[in-house]
Design a protein around this ligand. Structure first.
Ligand SMILES: [Fe+2]
Length: 399
């Protein structure tokens, strides 16, 4: 059974689109070639649908009925002036496809979040005790992915997750990056990776979180770091420079690597491509470099979703504490995606890293030993304070 996804029939006029004339951010060029959500604000009218582009609802056999808002734009949603010099972190970001921004929150604030995450882990009453490494096993923990990514149990909507998303500097970073204050955020999970685990098998899984059918920079992922993260600690590994080679790599047909942790095909994960070692070498041969990102508590890292990356498992004794945070302009979303997002929000469900599309409401409980986890939760342990800002970032309230 399939639901419609969208594709674009572009009947391009002989002349280029009338671009940018209302853009308040002259360094950032926003292409107005896509039939996106209509803006109610005059200063965003450069997003309005040009008269000679038509969006057509089509049954796309590629994806299942959970793929709300699954359009594959063949063009950039946004482009940036390659000659612009910003004099801030954006210069590094646009050059490498990734950047670490220091001290986005204070060390005290990072410690607060790390403690809240620890309280959350213990709140399941499965016997987990951070002072007793013998309890660092699956039976004492809620169900996670790759030894520490928590996306279920309504964790995406915990008060601590929303507080992190709405940290003033976090919001400001995404506003600066995209050149708009009208943003949507993903309902992403967190990562609490315990070291010295003997009950799980772990292997690197270099991947990118953008479907090869999407072209250009369409999403940017972020990670707010709460604990010290050095060479031996668990943390993000990025292939610097790989985003810029995305089109070249996918110019020929590529098969996603059959990794042991690949999601089952029936999930039609959509925005995930797993790279083989041969693929890794392809990027290295073109000057890219796999770099482990070391961070201090309070630092934030941003990466273009076309960037190859994975999380390194801890080798030392440090517990990893991270919140994933992604934001994109609300104008990238269509009405179908916003409706799906609203459903997710109302049911306290998570999403992929993509704030504006590939949104998949699901009532499925995390599976423990082949059965739905009896500790499943359908609402957060600590609900967020609902504000207009939160509702706008959630896509529930209009800008
Ligand atoms: Fe990823």
């Amino acid at each position: 059974m399939y639901l419609p996804t969208f594709y674009i029939t572009a009947c391009l006029s002989p002349s280029p689109w009338p671009l940018f004339n209302l853009n308040p951010h002259p360094q950032i060029f926003l292409l107005s070639t896509l039939p996106l959500r209509q803006s109610t604000h005059q200063h965003f009218s450069y997003f309005r649908t040009p008269p000679d582009v038509t969006m057509v609802a089509k049954h796309d056999d590629s994806f299942n009925n959970k793929s709300h808002g699954a359009q594959f734009e063949g063009k950039d949603l946004i482009t940036f002036d390659e000659n612009a010099v910003y004099g801030d972190w954006r210069d590094e970001f646009h050059k490498q496809g990734c950047v670490v921004i220091k001290n986005v929150i204070t060390k005290e604030r990072a410690e607060y979040y790390a403690q809240k995450q620890m309280e959350w882990l213990k709140s399941f009453d499965l016997g987990f005790d951070e002072n007793d490494p013998s309890t660092y096993t699956a039976e004492h923990l809620p169900v996670s992915f790759k030894g520490g990514m928590y996306m279920a149990y309504a964790s995406s909507h915990e008060k601590m997750a929303w507080e992190a998303r709405m940290e003033p500097k976090i919001v400001e970073i995404f506003e600066t990056l995209w050149g708009t204050k009208e943003l949507l955020c993903s309902f992403d999970g967190m990562n609490i990776s315990l070291p010295n685990r003997t009950d799980i098998k772990w292997s690197p899984w270099p991947h990118c979180d953008q479907n090869p059918r999407r072209k250009g920079m369409q999403a940017v992922q972020g990670l707010l770091n709460y604990a010290p993260c050095g060479d031996k600690d668990g943390g993000l590994v990025l292939m610097k420079g790989s985003a810029k080679l995305f089109n070249e790599f996918f110019a020929e047909k590529r098969e996603s690597f059959d990794h042991e942790d690949a999601p089952p095909p029936e999930l039609e994960y959509m925005d995930l491509f797993l790279f083989s070692q041969k693929d890794v070498k392809w990027f290295e041969d073109r000057g890219c470099e796999l770099v482990k990102i070391n961070m201090e508590p309070g630092d934030f890292v941003l990466w273009d979703s076309r960037t190859m990356h994975y999380a390194k498992f801890p080798e030392g004794n440090q517990i990893r504490h991270v919140q994933y945070i992604c934001m994109t302009p609300v104008q990238f979303a269509n009405e179908e995606a916003l409706a799906a997002k609203k459903e997710c929000f109302e049911k306290w469900q998570g999403t992929t890293h993509w704030p504006h599309c590939n949104i998949r409401p699901t009532d499925d409980a995390p599976m423990r030993d082949g059965k739905p986890c009896p500790k499943n939760r359908t609402e957060p342990r600590e609900k967020p304070v609902i504000t207009d800002q939160l509702l706008r970032l959630a896509g529930v309230k209009s800008y």
